[in-house]
Each structure stands twice: as C-alpha cells, then as structure tokens.
Ligand binder design. Sequence first.
Ligand code: ADP
Ligand code: MG
Length: 243
Amino acid sequence: MQRRTWGDCLPKNIIEIKGLRKVYHVGSERVVALNHITLDIAEGEFCCLLGTSGSGKSTLLNLLAGLEKPSLGSVRIKGQQIEKMNEKQLVKFRQQNIGFIFQSYNLLPTLTALENVALPLAFRSIPKRQREAMAKDILERVGLGQHLAHRPTQMSGGQQQRVGIARALVSKPPIVFADEPTGNLDSKTTREVMEIMTELTEQNRQTLVLVTHDMSIASFAHRIIHISDGNIVKIVLNRKRSG
Ligand code: ADP
Ligand code: MG
C-alpha cells in the first residue's frame, strides 16, 4: 500500500493548542505539569509526543480531550474551543470526534471482543444488528475475526490491544488519541500493533496523536514532538514518512 506522507496531509489544522499551561496543587506544593505548549496538528497527521515519564504527556492528552481544564491557554479542535465547553457538550464532542486507545486496554472483562467493540456504537442509536456487523468488520481488519466471542482474559496483551484499537476506530472518529498504547507489549507485538494502528488511521485519513516514551515507536509518526518538563523542546519531521 502506498503510505500517506506528511506532505499529503491536508494543510488544515484540526487541533490548535495555544499557550497551554497546567499547574496542579498538592497540599502546599505546586506541580507545573505543562509549562507553555503551543502546537498545531494537521488533519490526517500522525503526530507523536515523545518524552520521559513525568514530562507531561498524559496531562496534555487529557487537556486536549477536555478531561481536565487548563490553568492557562486554549485548545481548539475543529474550530471549537474545548476548555470553554461544559460537561454535557464535552461528552457529545468526544462521542462524535474522538477515539481513545489506552495502555491498559480498558476492556470490560465480562464482555466478548465483539461486545466491547460494539459498545461505543450503542450511544449513537445504531440498531444492534448493524452495531455487531460494524464491530465484526473492524475486528476482522485487526486480524481478530476468529476471536469475536473471546473475553479479555482469554486473549494475549497484543490481542487485547487490537480489540482496544478496533473499539476506538469502529465509529471512524476524525481524531484518535493513544496514551502509551504499546507500553505493556513486547517489541515484536509492539511493531504489529503499531502497523495496524498506522494503516487503519491512514485508510480513514484520521488524525492520530500518540504519546510515548519509546523512541522506536516514534519512527512510525510523521512528526515527533519532544516534550521535557512540560515544554516542547524539539520538533522533528520524520524524513522517512514526511515525503
Ligand atoms: P507523563 O504522562 O509524561 O508521564 P504526566 O502528564 O502524567 O506525565 O505528569 C506530569 C507531571 O504532573 C508529573 O510530575 C506528575 O506527577 C504531575 N501530575 C499529573 N497528574 C497530576 C495530578 N492529578 N495531581 C498532581 N500532580 C499531577
Ligand atoms: Mg503518562
């Protein structure tokens, strides 16, 4: 398959981050999790936020998704100001625009692979048969067509994460956030999971924002944003992928 390059991404910015700052207060202590982040992310881009543990990566994703409010600054996604939305608006915005992939998979243990993937569609008033057909289709595309009836405990870590990817992508959200998605996987499985995630988001022209401390993963991205102590310290275009 011809790989999408960064040059192919639409010049339009889908995410605009301006002067973002987040300070936590713990007792009498102040923790500056994000100092001052300004960054635009293009539609269709695969953008990797790379930094060591504690550098502020998860905080940044949480602010982008509106799960926390910034101390200062703004996040605009598809032209809408996230930090100004109320909880109800945010829930709707996330349902329509954002898919999440977590390090710990976050699958519901009592549900099968098919049921876990079909679940987010239940909030979109799609009939059950259609939900199951969509879930089956995406599970086949991540190579789990033979595992539809398996529960999380009956699958390997790599298989569980492929279910997690299928669940995030089944409703084709324009934006996908992944927080250390391969953090619990060995290096061979990491590669497989990264290949699947890259390929599927490319096919749908989705914007992928992935945070990791693992340099080897960063090579899949179009652009690598190095984060240290809550600041962007370097931005590197991946020449192999930036066209
Ligand atoms: P990363 O994901 O890069 O490992 P985080 O964004 O989780 O980093 O954390 C950045 C910094 O903010 C760390 O020093 C962390 O301890 C602190 N931090 C994160 N969340 C909270 C919180 N809810 N309360 C207090 N401090 C926090
Ligand atoms: Mg983190």
